[in-house]
Design a protein around this ligand. Structure first.
Ligand code: CU
Length: 687
């Protein structure tokens, strides 16, 4: 009884996540891993027997027998191969395992049948420079029997961090035949960690970074360009199927950029307010592919892992045919509904399951329709604190109340629910809220959500069976991401709101056709927006005015009353692996400090000094800023934040001035970029 009440509370309180161990719909089972095996999942596939095979980034291939732990027996791990070079993908095809190493597609044969690979066949090799970021992923096996491999751009820091393609075919998808003929298939990848087939079509999933405002799922046809221009260095190569060049892209983005010996793409060259979304480029240049569905950064993840279409025909719950996407940094899985409008893929993304033990990387269906999730924090950290894990997600047979799908309509959306809705709440336009935004297409790492606009749900009509709601809205914008919130809608049976009440619909094409006539006397839309559920910060206190002489929270000039200058200069840097280089410092109360905060790392970071014991609270509040977080430098407006830097792009710095608190104590400092606050911390001891 107490437990049920607790669960209800979790659902009702905005901003709270249903904890993995309390989820009544999906059970998370952890597979024990014997001492001594470092199982950082880089590739995962299910064998015809139902056993699973897994490769680790350290170079081993393992066969996991009895992964279902039948007869209460633990799984058994058998090393199948070793010495592979950072393999990041694995497939079963034509009777053997195929693995993508950094520089090669390799077929693993067990010719003598002793359960260990005895012949590593080099199917196709590609050049590498040795740059750390030249990861390679795959293969995905197509319906054509061809093997698809995706390749990162390298990441270099000549003046500032940027993706470069120093050797063919960094930043490309390659199509390779089993006998080793390669054809370059598509370009514009940055960090294509997700790859695979949905309905027989090739898709890939990228990560936020330079030129990539946020992660997303992209449908790729031969000759397509997905956005990262470094790969276009090889666009005019005789084998290239691309019709566009780097010069075409740069001419649209900034005429000062040139293809060869391009000037430094410095963040400061990106003027404030300049917005060029990728979809506008796609209008100018055929062959430019925008994501079918964007995954809003910090909301539905921060580092896209793998995606997998639900081919279980209902064995995994009410989402057959949809797509699940893992996230390494936030240890979660999101869900995507895809549809085709005018021949173009688009659709909605939703939250699905949070709380994996480590960074969720690779996905594979078990023979019973459960989902295996191979995990690693990759030394970068993840919300799940284990360095690695292997878990299995099993549907319990209970149907969660969720928005099952969102379909675009000429004048709005049609929502399907997994269970009948309460018609009173579902027919009330005030139960919904709509806004839309987009990301910049620019050389800078990531993008804030820009061009934000509130929309309006004008009318809601519930189907007779209570499973569908037709919405008529104002504010549809082609090319934009529409945040549609439905937390006012209640389940007919138990009165609960949807478990994940927010959908992010990417409207690549607005459908043509009939609009819905709003009946006279229909309930008018109220100007009322329900509190955001999934991404709600704690109530924001109005910042108290600071007394004269007191410093701003982000004081970047020498305070006028510091006539003697600072008492102390502290240099603080970020370092790889989500760390500050100094994690413990001690100062006298009231010390006037000049803090030179430097970010030489390859991703953005910030610095927030907090009141004692508030690191978790502030970290969570920053995460809850959702799509608006980037524009706020992920600094929540709350009294717990004493001082902060701005969000520093890679290879930039900022000097701020602050006064050590007058109260002695241990004051934490954290980076609140999504996913970082768990590990990226230090303490300032005030004596
Ligand atoms: Cu950080």
């Amino acid at each position: 009884m107490y437990r049920t009440y607790f669960l209800l509370l979790l659902w009702v309180l905005p901003g709270m996540l249903l904890r993995a161990q309390d989820n009544p719909f999906y059970r998370l089972i952890t597979l024990p891993i014997p001492e001594g095996i470092v199982l950082e999942g880089g590739g995962l596939t299910t064998l015809p027997s139902g056993d699973i095979a897994l490769v680790t980034r350290h170079g081993d291939a393992w066969i996991v027998e009895n992964p279902y732990m039948e007869g209460n027996q633990p799984p058994h791990y058998r090393r199948f191969a070793s010495g592979l070079h950072e393999p990041l993908g694995l497939a079963w095809h034509d009777g053997t395992l195929w693995v993508t190493q950094r520089g090669e597609l390799t077929r693993l044969w067990d010719k003598n049948g002793d359960g260990r690979a005895d012949f590593y066949e080099s199917v196709y090799r590609w050049p590498l420079t040795g740059n750390y970021h030249e990861y390679s992923y795959g293969p995905a096996v197509g319906p054509d029997g061809q093997l698809y491999v995706t390749a990162n751009v390298g990441f270099f820091n000549p003046e500032w961090w940027r993706g470069q393609s120093e050797v063919p075919w960094r930043g490309w998808t390659l199509r390779i035949s089993p006998s080793g003929e390669m054809e370059p298939y598509a370009a514009g990848m940055r960090s294509p960690n997700g790859y695979g087939f949905i309905d027989g079509e090739f898709f890939y999933a990228d990560n936020q970074g330079d030129w990539m405002g946020s992660g997303g799922l992209v449908h790729l046809e031969k000759g397509d360009f997905a956005g990262h221009p470094a790969s276009l260095r090889w666009a005019e190569h005789p084998q290239s199927p691309l019709q566009i060049t780097q010069a075409d892209i740069f001419a649209q983005v900034d005429p000062q950029l040139t293809p060869e010996g391009a000037p430094p793409f410095k963040p400061e060259n990106d003027p404030d307010g300049a917005v060029l979304p990728l979809y506008e480029l796609a209008r100018e240049l055929p062959g430019v592919k925008t994501p079918a569905v964007w995954l809003p950064h910090g909301v539905l993840g921060i580092s896209t892992g793998q995606f997998l279409a639900d081919t279980t025909e209902g064995a995994f719950g009410p989402f057959a045919g949809q797509v699940f996407v893992s996230d390494q940094g936030q240890s979660k899985i999101s869900r995507i509904f895809l549809e085709k409008v005018d021949g173009v893929y688009q659709g909605a993304s939703f939250g699905f399951f949070d709380g994996f033990a480590s960074g969720a990387m690779r996905l594979s269906w078990g023979r019973d329709g459960s989902l295996f999730v191979a995990q690693t924090n990759r030394g970068w950290g993840s919300t799940g604190r284990e360095p690695f894990a292997l878990q299995r997600l099993v549907w319990t047979g209970k149907i969660p109340f969720e928005i099952q799908a969102v379909r675009a309509m000429p004048d709005g959306f049609e929502l399907s629910f997994t269970r009948p809705v309460d018609k009173g709440t579902a027919a009330d336009p005030a139960s919904y809220a709509l806004s839309s935004f987009i990301y910049k297409y620019h050389p800078v790492y990531g993008s804030p959500a820009v061009n934000l606009e509130e929309g309006q749900v004008r009318y809601a009509e519930v189907s007779r069976d209570g499973l569908k709601v037709r919405l008529v809205v104002d504010g549809l914008r082609e090319g934009y991401i529409h945040e549609l919130r439905a937390e006012g809608v209640r389940d007919y049976t138990d009165g609960q709101p949807p478990l994940h009440p927010t959908a992010y619909y990417t409207l690549n094409r607005r459908p043509q056709g009939d609009t819905l006539a709003i009946p006279a006397g229909a309930r008018a839309a109220h100007h009322h927006h329900p509190a955001p559920a999934e991404a709600a910060p704690a109530p924001v206190p109005t910042p108290r005015p600071r007394p004269a002489g007191q410093l701003a929270k982000n004081q970047t000039t020498l305070p006028a009353h510091w006539t003697e200058g600072p008492d102390l200069t502290i240099r603080l840097s970020t370092k790889p692996g989500l760390q500050f280089d100094v994690q413990d410092m001690t100062v006298e109360a009231g010390t006037r400090i000049r803090l030179i905060f430097n970010n030489p790392d390859d991703m953005p970071h910030n610095f927030l000094l907090l009141r004692p014991g508030q690191a978790d609270k502030v970290g969570k509040a920053a995460l809850a800023l959702g799509v608006k977080g980037m524009a706020m430098d992920y600094v929540p407006e709350m009294d717990e934040v004493l001082y902060h830097s701005k969000l520093l792009q890679p290879a930039t710095n900022q000097t701020i001035y602050l006064e050590a608190p007058s109260e002695p104590g241990v004051y934490p400092y954290v980076c609140t970029y999504p996913g970082h606050y768990v590990s990226m911390r230090g303490v300032l001891r005030v004596k």
